[in-house]
Design a protein around this ligand. Structure first.
Ligand code: DX5
Ligand code: ZN
Length: 227
């Protein structure tokens, strides 16, 4: 399976979270927005690392047949290394693992060895120090702005300081790393996240719970661009 180009590192990217779509209509939801966005965000939950169960590799494989958009898979699972190969085979372009599960360096190396981009996520209460040793060996940092598990939660502004700290290190060290924020992103919070240094915006309910998801992607981009 060859993997898609993520687009320019550091450029503004929208990544609608399919978690807030109708799972009985997943391909349609993906196709509805995919021309209007850079990535599609796939929330994988195992009922162990987080108290919810969602999507696994077979669903990613099905989605892959219906969209050519970059599939940004967010693995909220306790044992990501067991499943990275299955996600790569299914057509995931990127896999992001959580720092809280441990064995991070090996998971990032595995993801890259499988031809995917490698991301590292941190929960709102996980400090920057959990990311720092890995920054040279990854493609994406994901700062959670809610505790993972469910869509539709309120944005936690206290994580913005961490976003700014990560962006500073990316700039100072000239790293080719995208900086993504996930949780409670909407037209109000997107500009704050971008001002803090995020360049990939995940949004679930602000897109798929709106009456017109395509219009919602445009509104989010305008808000994020400060236009
Ligand atoms: C939360 C997920 C998020 C979530 C975002 O556990 O990782 O991607 O779907 O949903 P909203 O945008 O509704 O907060
Ligand atoms: Zn997510």
């Amino acid at each position: 399976m060859s993997h898609l180009d993520p687009g320019p590192i550091g450029a503004l990217k929208l990544a609608p979270s399919l978690l807030s779509a109708d799972f009985g209509y997943l391909a349609g939801a993906a196709q509805l927005v995919d021309e209007h966005v850079e990535w599609l965000h796939v929330d994988v939950m195992d009922g162990h690392f987080v108290p919810n169960i969602t999507i696994g590799p077979p669903v990613v494989a099905s989605l892959r047949r219906h969209t050519e958009r970059f599939l940004d898979c967010h693995l909220m699972i306790s044992e990501p290394r067991r499943y990275l190969e299955a996600f790569a085979t299914a057509g995931a372009d990127s896999c992001t693992v959580h720092a809280e599960v441990g064995d991070v360096a090996a998971a990032l190396a595995d993801a890259r060895a499988l031809g995917m981009r490698a991301g590292l996520a941190v929960n709102p209460d996980t400090p920057f120090s959990a990311l720092e040793p890995h920054l040279a060996d990854l493609d994406l940092v994901l700062v959670m702005s809610v505790f993972p598990g469910f869509g539709g939660q309120s944005f936690m502004p206290e994580v913005l300081e961490k976003v700014t700290g990560v962006r500073r290190v990316i700039e100072e060290e000239g790293l080719s790393v995208d900086l993504e924020i996930d949780g409670g992103i909407d037209v109000e919070t997107a500009p704050r996240a971008v001002a803090a240094g995020a360049n990939v915006l995940v949004a679930g309910s602000a897109i798929f719970s709106r009456p017109d998801p395509v219009a919602a992607t445009h509104a989010l981009r305008i808000a994020a661009s400060g236009e």
